[in-house]
Design a protein around this ligand. Structure first.
Ligand code: MD6
Ligand code: FE
Length: 213
């Protein structure tokens, strides 16, 4: 696979785009991140949430941090407890917190202190349809997104759902950061192609860090 088949995002902050991809930034911590994912999911297992419209999401999700993102018949929202166990979400692992902070700083957002980390698990065929991330308390903080395991084609759209989306390849260790005027851009993930990765098998794991409260 080569980058030339895809569109790309800039590697340094650059208005008005305001999204950057930090290629391989998470590679040194990848094993520790995946170990921490296992520790989180031992307490708060992956589950397929139901959309407000009643559809089962093909992505399996869980959370760590003071707040976790959930969806059910009642809508999309953040909450401090895991609805499946009634317990608080597992605390955010230090290796998560540090990477999110450092990636945000590298992208031009110093001092990022996320209170929520949504963990997404994709299998071959799993997709995430175009959406905006708009359930957070305010949009002043960036979002940091870490890709681990098998590759994905990320869709980077515009401010309207119908806007043409760029296709951005994301590989193990890549980190995407966006904020500012780009904070509410539509985005999604194409159905994953079959692949395997030495560290995750046939899975892609995505961590998205937010300041939600
Ligand atoms: C994913 N990511 O890459 C899904 N949202 O698996 C997202 O939906 C996302 O990567 C906001 C900011 C960054 C993201
Ligand atoms: Fe999103």
């Amino acid at each position: 696979m080569t980058l030339g088949l895809f569109d790309d995002l800039p590697a340094t902050p650059q208005a008005p785009e305001c999204a950057v991809v930090l290629r391989g930034l998470a590679l040194p911590q990848a094993a520790a991140l995946l170990q921490a994912v296992d520790a989180v999911t031992a307490q708060a297992p992956f589950r397929h949430l139901i959309t407000p419209g009643g559809q089962r999401m093909s992505v399996a999700m869980t959370n760590s941090g003071a707040l976790g993102w959930i969806s059910d018949r009642g809508g999309y929202r953040y909450g401090s407890t895991d609805p499946t166990t009634g317990l608080p979400w597992p605390s955010m692992p230090a290796v998560f917190r540090q990477l999110a902070h450092d990636a945000a700083e590298a992208a031009g957002y110093p001092g990022f202190a996320p209170d929520a980390c949504l963990i997404n698990r994709y299998e071959c065929g799993t997709r995430l349809s175009l959406h905006q991330d708009r359930d957070e308390g305010n949009y002043d903080h960036p979002i940091v997104s870490v890709s681990l395991g098998i590759p994905a084609i990320f869709l980077w759209g515009g401010s309207e759902r119908a806007d043409k989306a760029r296709r951005v390849g994301l590989w193990h260790g890549d980190v995407v950061v966006w904020g500012g005027p780009a904070r509410l851009r539509f985005h999604g993930v194409r159905p994953l192609a079959e692949a395997t990765h030495a560290m995750t098998g046939a899975l892609r794991i995505n961590l998205t860090f937010r300041k939600a409260g």
